[in-house]
Design a protein around this ligand. Sequence first.
Ligand code: TPP
Ligand code: MG
Length: 617
Amino acid sequence: MIGLDRFFLASKVCPAMSTRDSAATQAKIDITAIERPIPSDSDEAGFGSDVVAEVLRDLDIPYIALNPGASYRGLHDSLVNHIGNARPQMLLCLHEEIAVAVAHGYAKVTGKAMAAAVHSNVGLFHATMAIFNAWCDRMPVIVLGATGPVDAAKRRPWIDWIHTAADQGAVVRNYTKWDDQPASPAAAREALLRGAWLANTAPHGPVYINLDAEMQEATLEKPLPPIDVKRYMPAVTTAPPSHVIQQAAAWLKAARHPVILAGRVSRSAEAWKARVALAEAIGARVCTSLKVGAAFPTDHPLHVDAPQAFTKDELTPLLRQADVILSLDWIDVAGTFKALGAPPAGRVIQVSLDQQLHNGWSMDYQGLPPADLFIAAEPDAAVAALLQALGPVAAKPRGTARLLHEPKGSEKGTLGIEDVAHALRGVIGEREVTFAHLPLSWQASFWHFCDPLAYVGSDGGGGVGGGPGISVGVALALKGSGRLPIGICGDGDFLMTVTALWTAVHYRIPLLIIVANNRSFYNDEVHQERMAIMRNRPVDNKWIGQKMLDPEIDLAALARAQGARGFGPIAKHDELASALAQAVAAVEAGEVAVVDVRIEPGYGARNTAGATVARKS
Ligand SMILES: Cc1ncc(C[n+]2csc(CCOP(=O)(O)OP(=O)(O)O)c2C)c(N)n1
Ligand SMILES: [Mg+2]
C-alpha cells in the first residue's frame, strides 16, 4: 500500500481551470460514418410515427438510445427511413436499463435530455431502475415507450395482448415528471413538445411518452400544420424575488461563521466561478458531496474536508457554530443536521425548486429541514443574484487547503483502492479528466475536483448497475472535448450492466473503465458483519451469499469479448501503473478500455468501521 501523504503531494495543486463550458463538450460523433441508411424514396411524412421522428429531429435531440421491439417498429422505421438515422441517431443498447442510463449520463454532462426508447411494458420494466436513478438525480431524459394496438380489434393474437397494458405510464408515474399516451399524431407531437419542455425545465427529471402502435403505424390522413418547435420551449425564468435576495444577502454579509452546503448545481463554468466568488466574499466554509457533481474546488482553502457520500466529522462542528447556513439545493439538509442532535442555532437559507417534484410515493425528498428563508430558485440564479446584492466586498478567505486522510497499511503485495487512485494519478498527470462514476469504496480525498466537469455525481437512486451505462453516456457527451472520461465501478456494479461496453465500442465512444474488483458485493458483507455483531453471531460467515468466487469472473475477458481492450486481472503493484498507462493510451487512441484491478475489500482509512458507511440496501 502506498504512503498517502506522498500521494497528496502529487494531487495538491489543481491546474488552472479550463474556461470551456459544458456547451463545448457536446458530442461530435461523425454519424455519417456509422449506420447510415440507404436513402428512401419519399421525404413526405406518411405515417403517424413519421411525425414523432420529425419532432425529435426538430427538437434537435442528438441521440436515441434504444433496445428494439415490435411495439415501436413504426417509430423505428421512421427514425431510419424517414429521417435517415441522424439527429436523433440510434444508439443500440443491449438492455433497456443501459439505454436509459446512457441518456442519464449524457444529461449529467450537458444538462440536456436525449431520448431513450423501450419496448412496450417489458422494455419499460427493464428500464425502471435507470429511470428511478435519473429521477433521484434530477436529470432530464425523454423516455419513449409503446403499447397496443390500444384498439383490441387491431391486435395480433397473443403477443400484442401480453404487451399491452392499460395505463402503462403507471409503472413509472411515481418517479417521472410527467407521462402521456397520445392518441393521434397531432397529440403525439404535442406530447413530445411538452415532454421535452418539462424534462429540460428545472427541476429536471425524466418523462415518459407511450406511443400506441396503431397510432404509429396508421397512415397520416393529412400533413400536420407546420410549427416552430422553439415557440413551445419557453425558458422558464425562476428569478428569485428581490426582497428575499436582499434579506439573504444582509444575513450573509453580517455572518461571522457562514457555511455553504453546495448541492445540486449545474456544470456551468461561469456558475462555478460565481460560487467561489460568493464564498470568498462572505468567507463561508463550503461543503460538497459525492452524491452530486463537483460544485466547488476541493483544493480551495474554504472547502471543508473532502466531499463524501455521508456526513463528515469536520462539518458537524462548523454547522453547530454557523450563524448562517446557505443550502444550494443540498441533498438531505435534514439528514445532515441530524448529526447536530438538534436543529442548528444559526439561520438556514434554503435555495431549491425541488419541492415541485415531491410526491407521495418516493421519499427521495428526504427529511423536512428547518428553513428561516426559502429562495425558490435554481442555485445558479440565486448565487448570481446574491453576488449582485452583496456588491463589491473585500474577499475574506479563511481556512487552509487540506484533505484529511489517514494512511492505512495493507498486507504486503495486495492492492487497495488507494493504490488504484495513486497509480491513476501518476498516469493521468496533467490531463483533464471527468470521473463519470466512482465506487462505494472511493474516498474523495484521493482526488481534487477543480472544475465542474471533474466529477458528475453518483447514480442518484442508489441502484447498483448504473455505473457502466452512465459512464458510456458521460463519455458520449464528452467525445471530442479533449477530456478523458473515467468510470470507476465496483465489480458488482460493473457485472450488472457490463454489456454497456458494447455500445461504447460500437459507436466509437472512447472510455476508460476501472473495476475496483473485490470479488464481492462487499457493501453487504459489511451489513452482515454488523448484523452478526449485533446478534452475537459468527462474523466469519459474512461472505456467504456475497462473494463472487469459485469461479472468479474474468472481467477483462468480458471487455475483450465486446471489442474493448481488457487489462488484468491486475493484482500486483508493479503491474498496475503499466496497465493503466496502456489503457489510457488506448482510450486516447479512440478505444474503450477496461482495467480489472483485484483489490482487497475495505472502504478505506476514514471509514474503517465500514458498517457506519454501508449503503442501505
Ligand atoms: C439494484 C441494486 N441491487 C442491490 C443493491 C444493494 N447493494 C448496495 S451496494 C451493493 C454492493 C455493490 O457491489 P460492488 O459494486 O462490487 O461494490 P462493493 O460494495 O463491493 O465495493 C449492493 C448489492 C442496490 N443498492 N441496488
Ligand atoms: Mg465488489
